[in-house]
Design a protein around this ligand. Sequence first.
Ligand code: CP
Length: 344
Amino acid sequence: MSLTGKHILSSDLFDRDELERLFELADLLVPVARGQQVTRVLEGAVLASLFFEASTRTRLSCETAFLRLGGGVTSTTGTEVTSIAKGETLADTSRVVSGYCDLVVMRHPEVSSIHEFAAATNVPVINAGNGAGEHPTQALLDMFAIHREFGRLGKTVDGSRIALVGDLRHGRTVHSLVKLLSRYEDLTIVCVAPDELNMPAHLLELAAERGHTVEESDQPSLGLKDADVVYTTRLQTERFKDRPLPYSDDFRVDAALADRVFRSDAVIMHPLPRDGRPGSNDLSPDLNRDPRLAIFRQTDAGIPTRMALFASVLGVADEIRDSLRPARWYRPEFVGPDDAPFYK
Ligand code: CP
């Protein structure tokens, strides 16, 4: 299957072969992401970056990825500064913006929004998060980061034990990630959440139908034991709207829990942002110097992965290798913090 010209609305689109092709391309693009090499394969192309919901990583890394491929970016953030505030429909916005650009990346708080938008556009649309639905580009970068971490540790994704913990009901990153994980072989996928925040049943069924062992637990100290990957998530407070938050401090992933329960070679991940406010039951900063913490290597993976995706959707993936040349500006080899050495 070719990704050229396709909308990327869900992780459903990616089979194992497509994932491997994308990750091979992303590996090639790591030096471009790091500012060591340059490519201009998207010179003249324009990305419209439309974020109708808050973002730091996804918006900036999509825009940076497009710029590093030689393209240009036009963007808007929030609805209040757009004509949606005057009553314009998403369909009209979509048709208009598609006349200005070659690719759209959109985030919106409503699950149905991305489909409404994609139905009205003339250019490919990439889902950067649709409410509690999906976040396919995050799942791609998460899988790429897992590949890189496992490569370093001499492990393979096939046969591994992957634990997902936190708000699995509203966390769109884990919905997309389960779909990608299910493309591998013989995994044990452990979903660790309070009852009210369990992974949607259709995703558990999908993984089971594809031959994986699926386990559920409401106790992190049991569910996270022996996992090769511990993928933590934030309680999606913006999705609760006045309901009480069903979370205890058992779900705080901190150094005490990691030292007591996690494997010595576990990979600790989080899509970020994590809630760093006092009393939050999220991934604790007391793990920041733990070498198992991969969260900043994970965010670094966002640029090459999204570059690989954009190049594929816009049909220039095959031109990347021959287009690469050294960068001429100074760039440090390494910048702290301790847990975030750049991928080589
Ligand atoms: N992981 C992620 O989607 O982060 P942002 O909300 O900052 O884009």
